[in-house]
Write a protein that binds this ligand. Sequence first.
Ligand SMILES: [Zn+2]
Length: 434
Amino acid sequence: MVSLAPRPVSTPGRPLPVPYSLLIRNCGQLLTLSGGPTDRPLAGPHLSDWLILENAFVACEGPIIVALGPMAELDEAQVTAETQVLDAGGQVVLPGLVECHTHLVFAGNRAHEFQRKLQGESYLDILASGGGILSTVRATRAAPEEELLANALRHLRDFRRYGITTLEAKSGYGLDKETELRLVRVAREAGRRQPVRVVPTFLGAHVVPPEYKGRPADYLAFLAAEVLPALAGAAEFVDIFCEEGAFSVADSRRYLQQARELGFKLKIHAEQLHDLGGCAMAAELGAVSVDHCDYLSAPDAARVAASGQTVAVLLPLVPLFLRQDKYAPGRQLIAQGVPVALSTDFNPGSCPSKNLWLALSMACLKMGFTPKEAIAAVTLNAAWALRLAPEIGSIEVGKRADMLVLNVPDYQEIPYWLGENPVREVIIGGQVHA
Ligand SMILES: [Zn+2]
């Protein structure tokens, strides 16, 4: 299993041993996610070719990992009365999960539409009748900012219990300048008030609001002229829903180019319900991720792979919840060399689940991932989808101490216990949360 040389046990050149602030000892399997290329997301065989250390330790100083290796190489001189010692008891330890695609901030829920879906109405039928995203937009516009923040904090607490240590949060249920800016502000404030790192994304181009009905290009022109400049660094990424009933490929291209000129990094929701060509278009514009990909064709997947940097974010709980048979062709994408990540797409309409472990299992069951590939897709590659891989997503000296101690001894049990939460302890920035 261990195919690569372990990294040095401690940082070279250190003059005197400094006590560790946190030591995790007796890790039955330490899933380091290290050993592959560091200048791009993991693709093809690299997705499963990373280092697992058995009977290992990890040590931190403050928020940073400073040492790891086999237990036999632990320097006890750096373990003092000041060191918090966590005994993993032979269980799996891995990087904190990175949720790279959520719609965190919204009001209300769409439980009433669940029944309509069960009776056979499609997602696009419900959207066309003023339901779907637009019903959440009405509730979100009417909600006080404190209520939106309280909802976001409650969801973040749930995510943390599932082992999520970094989470991307999209706006997109305001669809007007004031509410969209409020949603980004709420996401940032929620990040400040609890330990999970929150990365806001601007998705004002989620659907066409009622005020611009039938005029998608005018709405995008308004966003580009009035709203993107007003974000002023509050969001690093700009996203768009490229789909029938939302925005065309041509309109999406023009808008993403404008966002890029303003200095934003790009994301796209594309090929969720139809093969329109949005993923390849966005990859060619240098998008950091192309998300959904259920209908991504093999020729377009090759165009995404050619970029080497664009991550395909696959969302297997969405077709499950929408009762669709078609899942993104994960196995084929991996074979074609497309870097892949996995996420829940947490949102009130098409995936009201925060269980990224279930998404990981579904990727194995429905998309042909191996357990090791799926683990890389919710850690290091998900960090790449947020361009945070230099800091998080693997357990390596110098990286942020975001880690999980699980209650299983073998990583192969992670996708096997379907729907369970295997998290025992969550460590964020070197702080332990039970
Ligand atoms: Zn989404």
